[in-house]
Design a protein around this ligand. Sequence first.
Ligand SMILES: Nc1nc2c(ncn2[C@@H]2O[C@H](COP(=O)(O)OP(=O)(O)OP(=O)(O)O)[C@@H](O)[C@H]2O)c(=O)[nH]1
Ligand SMILES: [Mg+2]
Length: 1085
Amino acid sequence: MGHTSLEKIIALQKNPANIRNLCILAHVDHGKTTLADCLVASNGIISSRLAGKLRYLDSREDEQVRGITMKSSAISLHYRNGDQEYLLNLIDSPGHVDFSSEVSTAVRLCDGAIVVVDAVEGVCPQTQAVLRQAWLENIRPVLVINKIDRLIMELKLTSQEAYTHLQKILEQVNAITGTLFTSKVLEERAEKEKEEEKESETLSGDQVFDWSAGLEEVDDSHLYFSPEQGNVVFASAIDGWGFSIQQFAHIYSQRMGIKAEVLLKTLWGDFYLNAKAKKIMKGAQAKGKKPLFVQFVLDNIWSLYDAVVTRRDKEKVEKVVASLGIKVMARDLRHSDPKVLLSAICSQWLPVSQAVLSMVCEKLPSPLDMASERAEKLMSVGARRFDSLPAQTQKLKTAFLQCSSEDNAPVIVFVSKMFAVDTKALPKYKPRPLTQEEIVQRRELARQRHADRMAADQTAAESHKELAHSESMSQESQPTNCEIYCFYFTSQVHSFSHLCQVPEGCSASDCVFEVPHLSCCSMESIYLLMGRELEDLEEVPAGNVLGIGGLEECVLKSATLSTTPACPPFTPLNFEATPIVRVAVEPKHPSEMPKLVRGMRLLNQADPCAEVLIQETGEHVLVTAGEVHLQRCLDDLRDRFAKIEISASKPIIPFRETVVRPPKVDMVNEELGKQQKVAIIHQVSHQVISQVMDGLVTLTTPNRLATVCVRAIPLPQEVTQLLESNSEVIRTLEQINMSLREGKSLDISLRTLEAIAGLKDQLDSLLQGRKWRNAVERIWAFGPRRYGPNILLNNVDSYQRPSVWQCLGRGDKTVEAGAQAAVLRDFDNSIISGFLLATLSGPMCEEPLMGVCFCVERWDVQSSAPAQHQESFEEDSMSHKALADNKVERSSETSAQEEGMASGLGQAERRPEPASDCYGPVSGQLIAAMKEACRHAFQAQPQRLMAAMYTCEIMATAEVLGRVYGVLGKREGRVLHEEMKEGTDMFIIKAVLPVAESFGFADEIRKRTSGLASPQLVFSHWEVISSDPYWVPTTEEEYLHFGEKADSANQALKYMNAVRRRKGLYVEEKIVEHAEKQRTLSKNK
Ligand SMILES: Nc1nc2c(ncn2[C@@H]2O[C@H](COP(=O)(O)OP(=O)(O)OP(=O)(O)O)[C@@H](O)[C@H]2O)c(=O)[nH]1
Ligand SMILES: [Mg+2]
């Protein structure tokens, strides 16, 4: 097929029913880009000989060198299926975990996905992850089982064994879909039950109880992959072949006179051909017969490989070629590499592009078929329910689903990703074919120049040089441009149309009535994305994927653009990867700092997952998902965005600080006696006295007016995990509480309320025992940042404050404003702020805390002034009385302030602060006192560091297994389990490894196993490092065992000191300890 013209694609864009927006998803190296190559070759964009070798969509140099995809890229293809013509907007995504954010951005733009699975490796961790992402975005997947040639050539399976193997893979994939489906149905069922319950509460009458799980009624057969449904293709992308059952059913129905429908149902499954009875019968396995799939399909392929590759039987090949009725060039027949001949035959017999593209056109939905459920989900942000959105917004959904292209229809564009394009690659700078006149002109010019040169050699040469110089200048002076890549749902986009950008996090009602954080932008140029190239377009009809130029000023990473402010911002993309690896970067030459800053800004825009920030120390920090991602970001910064030499620090590894229960045994496993009660007096500045009694710290503000008593206790591990995984819910809860305090009423969706109630119930069940009695109700705040994994508890009996769960208090969904009696004591916020500050950076190495519960046991603000304020006592007594009154209503404008500091200032405005108080506002002092109290309480417990852990799954053969274990052991890794992959000689090892030890891990494993095993690291959780960084021998046994110096390696201390050193904090290290006095050699005394 020839090169599809641009006009053709533009024409096809106007028919949304025949558009398919799809992406290719898989685990790393399962052959996505190779498959994409075959599809691209079918459009004549690359030669079919090069398909699979070129990896056309891996356009970056580092992608080609490393052999993995790092950025997703899009291309528009044309396909004719019968009498219909289709436009396919195809996105190839990376499979490496470090780039899983690119998958999220791609999935959002599509209505369907091709999931590729390697026939040998089967379902891998990323396969599960991409299936889940596709599910969460409500897009329909189809399956391609790739690399079937490996079953023949590498594993040397027989066709029968291969059939069993393929069945297993299909089962594995369907098992994942099954799990996703079941959880969804159960969730919906629970939701429905809740609603019914409420209804039955109001309508008293006959009670009917239904115990079915709901799974029986729902038909889920269409969700699964099965060859007879036509949503599975078996392929070998590298050899260019692929087929679906339909193709073979068609072939054999003609050849054998069996009905195609019958073959369709029986080709895959336990059926065999009874040649005598001329019947297809069930029970091939029981009777030891060859299943139809093996006999009709696999055997043909196996014998072809046998003839062409293994035996190189020329005669047989010629026979096969003749029987298939295809033509093979003599050049291919003679080629020394049998694979060339094989792909020449296969690509004509069973072209993979034909099989995949026809499946895509038939099985994947067009933008018109988008489920209304998906549209609603996209438009209802945060806690809002779709039906609680303004009518105007709800109306948009219809326009959205219709993809209407009328002039007055609203335009909605979702920008899922920004990407940088070299200015030279923009269509306007591309060389275009010359017109006839220009050619004549140029010829004339050249003739003239030639004549000139003959006349005066010298002058002509100079002018030529000048010309060349000015040309190159004009190209260089163009800055790198950021283009964006987005999907676009309704109406037409014309160049130069003006749009507003709806910021994330601002609700639709805000937009309609107040339009606060709305910004306006115009689209200067729109492009068609064609892999490595862009094509200029005048307009794009609805339902297409397109590129928009010149949005770099107004869009950071993603955005929702619309012509109407009623359009709500779409729900944020859900990213699977957590950015965890951070490095500080600086330019080689300090004068180039501005270039670096600009470069980092561009990088931040162009990468969905990278984060760029400036630390308190002034360092420019880059946070990435993993080592490979980091390398790509640094390369990008160096070569494209900043174009300067940069140097990057060693990775900065994050830690968390926590406390644990006092140990029962010492370091040599000897039982410890009854814990010694410690009473330490800390002398802090401003004569603040803190006392530690049995872990309880009492601290007074410098003016001696307020006292807080705090105790730190470790939270159970499950609670910490629960808080960590529910940070979004806690954040929503905080927002709701905030708006309740501000006096706004909120319409909260049932789902959100349920999530909050669920969290509360789980906390209730996990916090059991005398110590935690009624603890959930007494939660004061979460921190740091109001949603972290630490808790502040109110243990003051006399102080009643509204619960953080107040939004659950009422049965109905609408929580009225002002429902709570606003019985917040003054300075409530100061306590919270102190707690937030203390949890943000701990005393060990200023890293955030995790899993610590601070209980406020006593808290009072005294009314009598201390002795040094005697003079001002008279005038102050009034205000102090007021301060002590714990039923003073907080005014709403005070509570609107985020931090406690502000509330303190508000107080100061209303009542005159003690004039002679040289320590500043009381609220500020209380924040500092609370913070210090928390830190001391923390230090009064046994402290521990927590390390970030990666999990990794390593696939290795038995020979290299030992070396893999060696590397893991050296790096403090822990093997969780090991199993043998069925049907192969591969072992799968699952292990955890501290992030701190992970740098160079993948490379080391690869080197030690000669490239046979390559692990992928995914951040999984935080783990307490068991050793105590402050440990010194205390018992006799410990002295005996470790010696007086106790200088055995202390991993936790090493980590802690490294962090302290990096942050410029004091590190207690003695260079020479217990040094003996040096003696001179001569012994003259
Ligand atoms: N034997 C065999 N090898 C294949 C096949 N398809 C792809 N490969 C090889 O598998 C390797 C990875 O292929 P890619 O297409 O780059 O894989 P990918 O899924 O795009 O990888 P990422 O983008 O990095 O996730 C390459 O070396 C291909 O040559 C196939 O059908 N058979
Ligand atoms: Mg790839």
